[in-house]
Design a protein around this ligand. Structure first.
Ligand SMILES: Nc1ncnc2c1ncn2[C@@H]1O[C@H](COP(=O)(O)OP(=O)(O)O)[C@@H](O)[C@H]1O
Ligand SMILES: O=c1ccn([C@@H]2O[C@H](COP(=O)(O)O)[C@@H](O)[C@H]2O)c(=O)[nH]1
Length: 255
């Protein structure tokens, strides 16, 4: 099956409520890759960040600052980054609320090599039409979960995820093999089973095999497109339609 591509650009309206999509799934399940595919198919490649209508934010940006003792543990792979307590859920909630209110937000920059935020560095997310928020525990906190208009769960088997995580953590996150495997066995795997996997039941759409599942991604992209263009009969589409009534939306959709 050939994949669908949307050539039309989504037009933006000041003060709109963005369509907020949560993307959960285990580590290295392909959450970021799925978000990248959705952005590509919505025609968001090569768009300047100030003009972008679809943006992705990672929950990883919201890890809490560690104490000096926790930092020492983290460097030895002995800190549990997969437990809900590792995240600053208040900041996530506030940021998503600001996004829903159509505000510009600053997102912290996280460095996996140092297990901490990059000091005094943020990146700005400008008001967009579609905001994807991806992470292992984005459906864990009920207040945060309830903010999403659509919830996706990327369901990739554990062997594949481990096989992807090992080279990624060694090549991109400055780890060695022993550290990656110890962290996986002691924290990542048990926390996935206790905190992440049970949130799958909250998903509207489960995406088996992640980004390989082009059929699922195409269906999701069509649904987003229909909602944003008012061709889908739902509460959300009415909300977006009414907010868009004054706009001269001349987007085209080529299939
Ligand atoms: N369908 C796929 N086929 C092959 N490699 C993939 C696929 N999806 C993701 N990857 C690779 O696996 C690793 C983790 O993917 P990523 O999308 O970053 O996962 P997550 O965001 O869930 O941690 C990355 O190195 C990525 O390039
Ligand atoms: O300092 C850190 C912070 C997080 N991790 C691991 O990252 C994954 C979550 O990121 P994914 O991109 O979804 O894989 C999580 O499993 C943590 O264990 C880390 O190793 N160090």
């Amino acid at each position: 099956m050939s994949s669908t591509r949307f050539n039309g650009k989504i037009s933006s309206i000041e003060g709109k409520t963005p369509f907020l999509i949560g993307v959960a799934g285990g580590t290295a399940s392909g959450k970021s890759t799925v978000c990248a595919r959705i952005m590509e198919k919505l025609g968001q490649v090569d768009v300047d960040h100030t003009e972008r209508k679809v943006v992705t934010i990672s929950q990883d940006s919201f890890y809490r600052e560690l104490t000096p003792a926790e930092k020492i543990k983290a460097l030895k792979g002995q800190y549990n980054f997969d437990h809900p307590d590792a995240f600053n859920d208040e900041l996530i909630y506030k940021t998503l609320q600001d996004i829903l209110a159509g505000k510009k937000v600053n997102i912290p920059v996280y460095d996996f090599r140092t297990n901490s935020r990059v000091e005094n560095e943020n990146y700005t997310i400008y008001p967009a039409d579609v905001v994807l928020f991806e992470g292992i525990l984005v459906f864990y906190f009920p207040e945060i979960r309830n903010l999403f208009h659509m919830k996706l769960f990327v369901d990739t088997d554990s062997d594949t995820r481990l096989a992807r995580r090992v080279p990624r953590d060694i090549n991109e996150r400055g780890r060695d093999l022993e550290q990656v495997l110890n962290q996986y066995m002691n924290f990542v795997k048990p926390a996935f089973e206790e905190f992440c996997l049970p949130t799958k039941k909250h998903a509207d759409v489960i995406i088996p095999r992640g980004a390989d599942n082009t059929v699922a991604i195409d269906l999701i992209v069509h649904h987003i497109w229909d909602i944003l263009h008012g061709t889908h009969d739902s509460h959300m589409s009415k909300l977006h339609l009414s907010k868009r009534r004054d706009s001269s939306c001349s987007d085209t959709l080529s299939r």
